[in-house]
Design a protein around this ligand. Structure first.
Ligand code: FAD
Ligand code: NAP
Length: 338
């Protein structure tokens, strides 16, 4: 067991925020995790389970214990006529896992290509992109209760998945360390390419017959053309969630916002594109010293150099206030703040 003291977290978060953690420990298996949890440092009140650090913003030094999950391993645990059940260690890189599934012909997560981070965080906010969410293929996960050390299995229903939400972001926040996730992937390939610019990109690539790899490649190309690469510009993807409002609320505001991007949900509510609102209010591309709002995607806040997490947090508060003042809508942060 290796627990470091007073460590910079710079290399552990894609926003590129340089603060210190009082303690940082990593584990490659459940036994090591239990040893960490039982140690003196494991008694720290303030704890953070860390994956790839691509959905977090540190606003100050972390006065506690960061526990980095590095459990690896991918195995097929069951097959039926239609499905393959694939179990992956929480510390596996998400995109490498997607590519592994594609090369084996397992369908269902190709639209989630190139999302940074690790397998263990995929259920946390029910990761989603291009019309697919993890809940669509999620079978179960294993997690260790931080307080008791007991292992618990959560099925799809008990994760209470919602739009960028799960039980682990709410009532069980910080209670469990997810150690593995099992996905139910499809042997037959049904493609979901109606979302956004996928079809256009497939045409551009001259794709005549759809395949898992062709869809994944198209999504990778779209993402690379729009989103800042965290290795070059610090960011944590979409900083805000898309707000969902009632049809009545929408009818009241739509006259003031010509061309407002909106999508009707199956229950009749309306999902607005938060990026459209932020752009419309003039924030897109705005740069303050060494941080700002990305020039291609107004939902993404960026750290161009050595900005502090509190600078970025304060910018997000200004954007929330501005959207509230002009639309009456309160944007919620998607990124986890520490
Ligand atoms: P971290 O940032 O390390 O952790 C996030 C949260 O999960 C923290 O609260 C942490 O404590 C908790 N956590 C992590 N691992 C565990 C575990 N094993 N057990 C318990 N708790 C844990 N997200 C999307 O949904 N869709 C996208 O399309 C998308 N695109 C992105 C594009 C870019 C360029 C970037 C930078 C981010 C994007 N994201 C997207 C956000 C992010 O990549 C995902 O949410 C990802 O799943 C986070 O994984 P992570 O391992 O980096 O989690
Ligand atoms: P986009 O395609 O420009 O679309 C803008 C917004 O409109 C998205 O937020 C998306 O909502 C919504 N949208 C587009 N087409 C839709 C449709 N047919 N039906 C319903 N809603 C639709 O978005 P983008 O920024 O390039 O991102 C592409 C995808 O990657 C999106 O799904 C987005 O969520 C995901 N992404 C997520 C993050 C993150 O950090 N969470 C970062 C980058 C990209 P949804 O967001 O609900 O899909």
């Amino acid at each position: 067991m290796d627990i470091k003291r007073n460590v910079s977290v710079l290399q552990y978060n894609t926003f590129g925020i340089d603060v210190n953690a009082k303690y940082l420990a990593s584990f490659k298996n459940e036994e090591d995790l239990k040893e960490i949890l039982l140690s003196e440092e494991g008694k720290e009140k303030h704890q953070l389970i860390l994956g790839g650090g691509s959905n977090i913003l540190f606003t100050e030094d972390f006065d506690g214990l960061i526990i980095k999950n590095e459990i690896k391993g991918i195995e097929v645990i069951k097959e039926t006529n239609d499905h393959v059940f694939v179990k992956a260690g929480a510390g596996e890189n998400w995109h490498s896992f997607v590519l592994h599934c594609i090369s084996n012909g397992y369908a269902g997560i190709e639209n989630l290509s190139l999302i940074p981070g690790n397998v263990g965080a995929s259920p946390m906010q029910n990761i989603g992109a291009y019309g697919v969410e993890i809940k669509d293929v999620f079978h179960e996960l294993e997690a260790i209760n931080r307080r008791t050390g007991d292992k618990q299995v959560f099925d799809n229903e008990s994760c209470k998945f919602g739009y960028r939400e799960s039980v682990f972001k709410n009532e069980y926040r910080n209670h469990f360390v997810i150690t593995s996730v099992t996905y139910r992937l499809n042997k037959t390939h049904q493609f979901n390419v109606s979302y956004g610019a996928i079809e256009k990109q497939l045409q551009k690539n001259g794709v005549k017959e759809l395949s898992l790899k062709a869809v994944s490649d198209a999504i990778i190309q779209i993402r690379e053309s729009k989103l800042p690469n965290p290795k070059e510009i610090g960011n944590a993807g979409s900083f805000f969630k898309n707000p969902v409002i009632t049809k009545d609320q929408f009818d009241r505001i739509k006259g003031n916002f010509k061309g407002i991007a909106h999508y009707q949900l199956p229950n009749g509510d309306i999902k607005l594109a938060a990026g459209w609102l932020i752009d419309h209010l003039g924030w897109k591309g705005k740069t303050i010293k060494n941080y700002g709002v990305h020039k291609n995607q107004a939902l993404v806040l960026v750290n161009y150099d050595d900005a502090s997490g509190s600078d970025i947090y304060n910018l997000s508060s200004e954007i929330i206030a501005s959207v509230k003042e002009k639309t009456g809508i309160t944007l919620e942060r998607e990124v986890n703040i520490y």
